[in-house]
Design a protein around this ligand. Sequence first.
Ligand code: PLP
Length: 399
Amino acid sequence: MSAPKKSLGRATRLVHDDYVAPSPFGGLNVGVHHASTITWPTVAAMRARDWKHDTGYSYGLHGTPTTFTLAHRIAALEGGTHCLLVPSGLAAIVLVDLALLQSGDRLLLPDNVYNPSRDLGGTLLAGLGIETRFYDPMDPASLDALIDARTKLIWLETPGSVTMEVPDLPALVAVAKRHGVLTAIDNTWAAGLLLRPFDHGIDIVMHALTKYPSGGSDVLMGSVTTRDDDLHQRLKAVEMKMGYGIGGDDAYLMLRGLATMEMRLARSGENGLALAHWMSERPEIAAVLHPAFPECPGHAFWKRDFSGSAGLFSVIVDEAIAESKVDAMVDALDLFGIGFSWGGVHSLAVPYRMAVPGGTARSASRWPHAGTLVRFYAGTEEVVDLIDDLERAFLLLKD
Ligand SMILES: *Cc1c(COP(=O)(O)O)cnc(C)c1O
């Protein structure tokens, strides 16, 4: 295609023009590129296209300046070299599973895993002939016992979704390495800042960018980061076949959120610690499940492996207090929304049912608590206002 040179009809003029905007443009942010079609100056350039590397453009689905910039920034955040961006955190989990597992293979998940990942094993993966087994993340020997010749992938997560146990990550990785099995970690809680999974020898780092990186509770996105070119190409080939891609506006919002993430995380983490301390002194609370608290299983591993706290933690309400009262307390909170997707500036509270179908796998075997679990997320509000709100709502837990 070349620029129009002679007089053209009006409809054509609405589509083609000679103007080329001056370059470089000194704005501080990468532009928002929207594209499905990508064109080449010549047929030879089109034939020489390369979708495998971020060195050129081939199709909107496979990258634009906006999405490539975000992917490289996430890779740098995680300490990796390659990053794939997909439409949600869950999509990132699905991508890793489908890229690395085939019929007849075995997948190992921690029994406190993010629940949709567990569901995936029991449904979609089971239907494809992939077996999912659960290990106790607090017992590396239980992982060792489940690894067989068919085992192709081990997921790690720290702390556990909802239940907040912190596993001995290096010990679990050592077991996987001894058997030569690939490891993938869900690094969402640590936001890519509080834990360095690649330093522990983990192969794949997945992150629900929906949470802290976005920070606005308004964008869904997931990332899969590696630092091995072959592994990246294996994942990328499947990403392409599945038709996963992200839009320019979402990538732009993510870049905007990412820039302030460290400050937001620090504030949210501090607020979370303050709320957890407040809870630990309340007679209505039987246990505070926050990795920075000694009573949280694996606290010593958190101290060793993490550089700080995110604002997400859980508490166990005294078992003498009925679930209906806990629900009423949560309903009465003004500043805490009742919602799942955390990582934004708004505080949240969600009661969970642990010992029933739909609770975590962990609850089925080893869950030691009888009281209702409430997961809290501390946003960036003034912590005194959050505590005032809790003080008022906690009155409903009394007789
Ligand atoms: C939210 C979350 C996900 C999934 O992210 P979505 O973008 O909501 O699909 C995965 N893992 C963890 C630990 C999460 O908190």
